[in-house]
Write a protein that binds this ligand. Structure first.
Ligand code: SF4
Length: 413
């Protein structure tokens, strides 16, 4: 079994844990932001509806800012106020509402899981973090803990990006915060700290602290309700309490939770010495040719052809202008020819490369892909349909385009 971590990285004093809980909850009661899912979770007497309301918010908030989520959340809950409503929706409707929120598989999996709860669990949400994670597709350890603690008052901790930052600073954890060894310790710590009578509020308070006070770049330590428990803050103010490595403390440089000996504390960074992460892999660079095909609709307004992407993979099931991934380092002329060939194969009629008008380039950053769309346009006189065996397609007006399940990248195009 691995050796227990040195005491400085733990919360081992019950009195300190009590004090930290009290300070954090008092601050949360005073300062928490009014957010629609919090209001719903607090007012909703029905346990399944409460769990559903929290679940939707947690899925939307993964990788997405609170300010962006609010409007989507309100529209979603208006359209599908219960699990049963969501289970009856079509994937197309889900994608339409989700359009612009990013990471589209989240919406799809949420709906699949809602169908599962209705058809296999008699419409009843699982009540514990363990069951939520085991039974609901797309619900990982964090989301399960959040739903169980906020909706069902289970005394279980949560660890997300905000919690990682706060805990690493509170306990001077400077080893790679994405490593399994550190993540396991943080989960242990979150489970020790969580308040037994108000677990949902405590977890939200810890995340709120990370989102509004203990922020990544310029934390507001002077206003922090737990600064008296924070070792990073103490170290910034008073220096290292153990300038000489102490065997009782973290050994002589081989502590699994301390910063690596090769990158010790940098006093110019202060508390932002923590957390530390291994360098990220650079994003994949991709180039895609895309063609805005335009015709006059029957009322004279321009219409555009959109096609549906495959039902799995990046942007699954969303609609886009006909597009073709390109090899790197192609000459412009060659790119144009390849796009013309692609359109010709799908439309079953000749498309001259020189008829494609180059419009410009659009860059869009997905989480792991640096995508450049090379945009062309082509005006058509007659009616054109793409081979439906290849992918569904339809003509839309500009308004219809914006109401369709299209990605932010395509809206930029
Ligand atoms: Fe974060 Fe500063 Fe508070 Fe420590 S004192 S938890 S570093 S905001």
């Amino acid at each position: 079994a691995p050796a227990p971590p040195p005491a400085r990285h733990l919360f081992s004093e019950p009195a300190e844990v009590e004090a930290l809980r009290g300070n954090l909850l008092a601050w949360y009661d005073r300062c928490k932001r009014d957010l629609p899912w919090r209001a719903l979770a607090a007012m909703e007497p029905d346990a399944d509806r409460r769990g559903y309301a929290v679940w939707v918010s947690e899925i939307m908030l993964q990788q997405t800012q609170v300010a962006t989520v609010i409007d989507y959340y309100n529209r979603w809950m208006q359209k599908w106020p219960t699990l049963q409503d969501l289970a009856q929706a079509s994937l197309e409707e889900v994608n339409e509402l989700w359009a612009g929120l990013g990471y589209y598989s989240r919406g799809k999996r949420l709906q699949e899981a809602a169908r599962k709860v209705v058809s296999e669990l008699a419409g009843q949400m699982p009540r514990t973090a363990e069951d939520l994670q085991k039974l609901l597709p797309g619900v990982g350890r964090y989301t399960a803990g959040a739903i169980a603690s906020i909706s069902y008052r289970q005394a279980t901790g949560v660890v997300d990006g905000n919690v990682i930052r706060v805990l690493c600073r509170l306990r001077c954890i400077g080893a790679d915060s994405s490593s399994p060894a550190v993540i396991d310790r943080l989960w242990d710590m979150a489970n020790v700290l969580v308040d037994r009578s108000r677990p949902g509020d405590f977890n939200q308070a810890l995340m709120e602290l990370g989102a509004t006070v203990c922020v990544p770049k310029a934390p507001l330590c002077g206003e922090c309700p737990v600064k008296q428990h924070c070792q990073a803050w103490r170290r910034k103010l008073f220096g290292n309490p153990h300038p000489v490595p102490d065997v009782e403390d973290c050994g002589v440089g081989d502590c699994p939770l301390c910063p690596p000996a090769t990158e010790p504390w940098d006093s110019s960074l202060g508390v932002t010495n923590f957390p530390r992460k291994a360098a990220k892999k650079p994003p994949r660079v991709m180039r895609t040719a895309t063609c805005v095909l335009e015709r006059r609709g029957c009322h004279g307004a321009p219409e555009y052809l959109i096609v549906q992407r495959p039902s799995s993979g990046l942007l699954a099931g969303l609609w886009e202008f006909p597009s073709l991934p390109l090899a790197q380092d192609l000459q412009e002329e060659k790119e144009r020819e390849e796009l013309a060939d692609h359109l010709q194969a799908r439309m079953g009629q000749p498309v001259a490369a020189k008829g494609l008008q180059f419009i410009g380039e659009v860059i869009h950053i997905f989480s792991h892909i640096h995508q450049t769309y090379v945009v062309y346009s082509l005006h058509l006189d007659g009616d054109v349909t793409l081979d439906p065996a290849l992918s569904p397609s339809r003509w839309v007006t500009e308004d219809e385009f914006h109401a369709s399940a299209v990605s932010t990248a395509m809206k930029k195009v």
